[in-house]
Design a protein around this ligand. Structure first.
Ligand SMILES: NC(=O)c1ccc[n+]([C@@H]2O[C@H](COP(=O)([O-])OP(=O)(O)OC[C@H]3O[C@@H](n4cnc5c(N)ncnc54)[C@H](OP(=O)(O)O)[C@@H]3O)[C@@H](O)[C@H]2O)c1
Length: 301
């Protein structure tokens, strides 16, 4: 039986672990910091999926598997190193279900000779409580064309998770990053939901963030439309008053923020490619200061 380990069984990892377990043809292990006592996914159509997965809390109790699905937040990757070290052997492949464009650089130092499959995650889900996840819409994952991508699509067959392969993963990953570069940073910094983008100055700032990312994307070889920034901000402005972002929810819950894989990644790639990114640089500094204040207990509440 093909052995799969999921590291990072939150909203995305929970949906994937439950879907893979439901196929009945895979041995799925959830690698956890504390018990879940089963997974329950509330689907978009009112259906409920309950999936018993093997739960392991101690990395010393696992060994090399065929596939690792890594779905921690990007900044939690290094903390998952003890799991990755035990789970990766010759022949293991690691599907990295995280936002951003630096999947390979981030994970390669932690997985030895294992293959790395970066993924664009089109799964809209939130954890209601540990192990209980609400899924909005049909889950979809986009991976690069090639043997690993094709094998991952086969792995997910019958799981309810659609896997698409693309010959232009650079464009797919940057398109997602351009969508994410304004909403998370601005909602988390202002501690306001999406209607904050109705403010003309905020809409201008959002456009500038996306346009910088688009220019870095173009220099990276991505093929994105020139009016992307206008489109992204128009979409954010049309969202319901209740909509927010995962970075806003993380800030409100006192958790670390995933800004470095988003705005920080735009700044790093821009510096490498000679594309100026002053707006993303400023917001990265602000978000870094928020995180630092939180770590040092210096946040004013
Ligand atoms: N949620 C979405 O709708 C969505 C959509 C598209 C893309 N994404 C991207 O997908 C990735 C995952 O996001 P998410 O929303 O699923 O995050 P999440 O709900 O915060 O889940 C992350 C999980 O990782 C676990 N974790 C962290 N460090 C760990 C460690 N050292 N060992 C074991 N488990 C560890 C956490 O466990 P604890 O419970 O112990 O903290 C948590 O369950 C992110 O890059 C995100 O940007 C998310």
């Amino acid at each position: 039986m093909t052995r799969v380990a999921v590291v990072g069984v939150g909203a995305v990892g929970g949906v994937v672990a439950a879907g893979l377990a439901s196929t009945g043809r895979l041995e799925v292990t959830a690698c956890l910091r504390s018990p879940l006592d089963g997974l329950r996914i509330d689907g978009p159509d009112g259906g409920v999926q309950e999936a018993p997965v093997r739960e392991v809390l101690d990395p010393s109790l696992v060994s090399a598997v065929d596939w690792v699905v890594l779905a921690t937040k990007a900044h939690q990757t290094a903390g998952a190193a003890p799991w990755l070290e035990r789970l990766c052997g010759a022949g293991t492949r690691v599907a990295v279900l995280q936002n951003g464009v630096e999947h390979v650089e981030r994970v390669a130092p932690l997985v030895g000779d294992a293959g790395i499959l970066p993924a664009v995650v089109e799964i809209s889900a939130e954890s209601l409580r540990r192990g209980h996840i609400r899924l909005f819409g049909r889950p979809r994952i986009v991976v690069p064309e090639g043997d690993d991508g094709a094998d991952f699509a086969v792995l997910c067959q019958g799981s309810g998770i659609a896997v698409a392969t693309t010959e232009d993963f650079v464009t797919a990953a940057w398109a997602k990053l351009c969508q994410n570069v304004a909403n998370g940073a601005i909602t988390a910094l202002t501690m306001r939901r999406m209607p904050v983008f109705a403010h003309p100055g905020i809409a201008r700032l959002g456009r500038a963030l996306v346009e910088e990312a688009r220019q870095v994307a173009a220099a990276s070889g991505a093929d994105l439309p020139p009016d992307l920034a206008d489109r992204v901000i128009a979409t954010l402005r049309s969202m319901s008053a209740e909509s927010g972002s995962s970075m806003l929810w993380d800030r409100l819950a006192g958790r670390e923020l995933e800004y470095d894989a988003r705005n920080g990644a735009v700044v790093r790639a821009g510096a490498r490619l000679g594309v100026p990114t002053p707006h993303n640089e400023s917001l990265t500094a602000l978000l870094e200061a928020v995180s630092e204040g939180r770590r040092r207990g210096e946040e004013v509440t």
